[in-house]
Ligand binder design. Structure first.
Ligand SMILES: [Zn+2]
Length: 460
């Protein structure tokens, strides 16, 4: 949609072009423009054959982000940028573009709400050339986290007072990107220290047995501790994950498997779910961990379907974090491939949240890894009953997404998307449901004998 103001901007800047000398050094050529809307932030990516530099300013009344990109000429891709913005984008209302100066393109991004932008450049990596990235986060992101926590509190209050349980919902933690991780570490540092020795809940509430009705006076809230399962569909947005021989992206099939797993869990009494992403957008690895921590999840399962160097590799595997070397060369390589997600998806390594995350991700302990193995082994065993296994042992390596300091975490490689047969199978709903069922049965088997630690302090 072309607004009158935008037309004016384009027309007036064309006039500027006519009046200026054409003797300009050639800047970078734009290869692609992508817009990735998501509930927590919208990303705008400009991919070019050379580095672009940009300055930006945030303006209010009405809220808008003005970006000046040096060394770029207005072209059709830029003119059509506004058409790439969906009407339901949570942050962007419209985009106007114009040749502001002979070698400067100006983008005016009209906003639906005030934003706190992160603007950064990425060097060529994987299939991408140079990228200039604008991540538009809400200016008041703390409000979203607070809303989520209040929702969880209300849920727990209902349980404790014996009120009819509200319908279980996908609880998607909306966390701030700048400060919440640091805040979380500060608030929970003492919890990190003692959670490993916290008493376990005496009740197993993950099966179909309803929660016992204790005397309200003597009711121990740990008895009513439902299980919050964090489901982490790998990759997303700019990061497609592995791609099969016929072009199927890992990020798409794992999201569908995750939805099946979510549905199974949501239909199980005393089990709740939070998703680290619920649509096609990029979530940094540490943000996935942070979301699960902020929601006080009890278990964390990351779902993948990666590729291998040869098409013969097949079957499912389960991985945990290692506190030393990897358990095999294959596990080490798999962790390297998974950890490349941040570089491919694109993160601002100078951001404060990234710097704080590095602290968080070094806090994993042997006790936590042992708890993770306790979850991974029955999961692998149950999966072996329903799908072909690649490895009959739980593998270990340095997966960044498994570095939650307190939550037992595992990563399931559901199949090799690089194997033509498995790629085809991953495209069928029946197989995706079978995989989800296998993971779910594994988690239930684990929970039957290992109730989660009673440590939902956020809700007290
Ligand atoms: Zn993956």
């Amino acid at each position: 949609m072309t607004s009158p103001r935008r037309r004016f901007l384009v027309q007036s800047s064309s006039l500027v072009l006519l009046l200026t000398t054409p003797l300009l050094a050639r800047g970078a050529t734009l290869m692609s423009i992508r817009v990735w809307p998501a509930p927590e932030y919208t990303r705008l990516t400009l991919e070019s054959d050379g580095p672009l530099s940009a300055t930006h300013q945030v303006l209010s009344d009405p809220p808008r982000l003005v970006v000046d990109i040096q060394g770029l000429q207005l072209d059709n891709q830029l003119r059509e940028l506004a058409g790439k913005v969906k009407s339901d984008d949570p942050f962007i209302k419209d985009v106007r573009v114009g040749q502001y100066k002979p070698d400067v393109v100006r983008l005016v991004i009209d906003l639906k709400q005030a934003v706190k932008p992160q603007v950064f450049s990425l060097l060529p990596v994987a299939a991408y050339q140079n990228r200039l990235v604008f991540d538009l986060y809400p200016a008041h992101s703390g409000d979203r986290l607070m809303a989520f926590m209040q929702q969880q509190e209300a849920l727990e209050r209902d349980r404790l007072t014996g009120a009819a349980a509200p319908p279980q919902t996908v609880a998607q933690a909306q966390t701030g990107q700048q400060d919440s991780l640091g805040d979380w570490i500060r608030k929970h540092r003492s919890e990190l220290d003692d959670s490993q020795t916290a008493p376990q809940s005496p009740q197993v509430l993950a099966d179909n047995t309803p929660a016992p009705r204790a005397d309200p006076v003597r009711r121990d809230r740990r008895n009513f501790h439902s299980v919050l399962l964090a489901i982490d569909p790998g990759h997303g947005g700019e990061d497609p994950g592995a791609t099969g021989p016929s072009g199927v992206h890992e990020k798409d099939v794992v999201l569908l498997i995750a939805h099946h797993l979510r549905d199974l869990a949501m239909n199980t009494p005393n089990m709740r779910v939070m998703m680290t992403r619920d649509s096609d957008y990029f979530v940094p690895l540490w943000t996935r961990v942070e979301k699960a921590q902020s929601a006080n999840a009890d278990l964390f399962t990351s779902i993948h379907a990666d590729g291998w160097f040869t098409p013969e590799a097949r079957g499912a595997s389960v991985y945990c974090l290692s506190d030393g070397g990897a358990s095999s060369v294959e596990a080490r390589l798999m962790a390297q491939r998974e950890n490349a997600a941040d570089a491919i998806g694109g993160i601002d390594i100078n951001s404060r949240s990234y710097q704080v995350a590095k602290v968080l991700l070094d806090m994993s302990t042997t006790a936590k890894i042992n708890a993770s193995l306790k979850m991974a082994r029955p999961t692998l065993s149950k999966m072996g009953e329903l799908v072909h296994l690649h490895s009959r042992q739980v593998q270990q390596a340095g997966f960044a997404v498994l570095k939650s300091p307190t939550i037992p975490s595992m990563l399931v490689e559901t199949a090799f998307i690089s194997n033509p047969e498995e790629e085809a199978r991953l495209q069928t709903p029946a197989y995706r449901k079978q995989i989800a069922r296998a993971i779910f049965e594994g988690l239930r088997a684990y929970l039957d004998t290992n109730p989660p630690l009673a440590r939902r302090r956020v809700l007290t």
